[in-house]
Design a protein around this ligand. Structure first.
Ligand SMILES: [Fe+2]
Ligand SMILES: [Fe+2]
Length: 179
């Protein structure tokens, strides 16, 4: 996965991006979803909230906190269907977590540069857009094809939630951090 929508790299914030991996088996898509949603819940969005808080944008921080909470709920919705899926981090998730830790260690530097919050918002927009328009609709369609209507309904619900996230982040980018 590479990000091409935005030219500017700032301390690798765009490399926080992590997405669920497509499989041709619904169960594997579910496990990948839990892995990524937990990463977003515990790692990526709490750090984005911290960047926003320390950059003096408490309303953006509150939005990232709310998104972080809901990503945890997405993981739970899927886990509930399967009864505690066994989830291990892929090397990509491990690398993303390592990058987040480096940003945490340099939080003051990141938050004092306006590019920090802007890149966090742009990365969040990319993540949410792909999840809302590609990944989860595809997972729902495959689950339906494979006769797992229960799983498909959960992916439908997650898709709606990611669409809301996408719209919140877009609004924050448009109004709170003018270019
Ligand atoms: Fe999510
Ligand atoms: Fe989301």
């Amino acid at each position: 996965m590479s990000l091409h929508h935005y030219q500017e790299d700032f301390m690798g914030i765009d490399r926080f991006f992590q997405e669920a991996v497509y499989h041709d088996q619904t169960d594997l898509n579910a496990a990948s979803t839990v892995e990524v949603e937990l990463y977003e819940h515990t790692c990526m969005y709490p750090t984005f909230a911290e960047i926003a808080r320390q950059s003096g944008h408490p309303e953006v921080a509150a939005m990232f906190d709310a998104i972080a909470r809901e990503e945890g709920e997405h993981a739970e919705l899927v886990q509930k269907l399967y009864g505690e899926l066994e989830v291990t981090d892929t090397p990509e998730t491990q690398e993303a977590k390592r990058l987040v830790a480096t940003i945490e260690a340099e939080m003051e530097k990141v938050a004092s540069d306006p590019r920090g919050l802007r890149r966090a918002l742009e990365t969040a927009l990319e993540v949410e857009s792909i999840e809302a328009t590609k990944t989860y609709p595809a997972f729902a369609a495959l689950a339906r094809q494979q006769g797992r209507e229960d799983v498909a309904l959960v992916f439908d619900e997650i898709t709606r939630s990611e669409t809301r996230h996408m719209n919140w982040v877009q609004r924050a980018l448009d109004t709170l951090v003018p270019a």
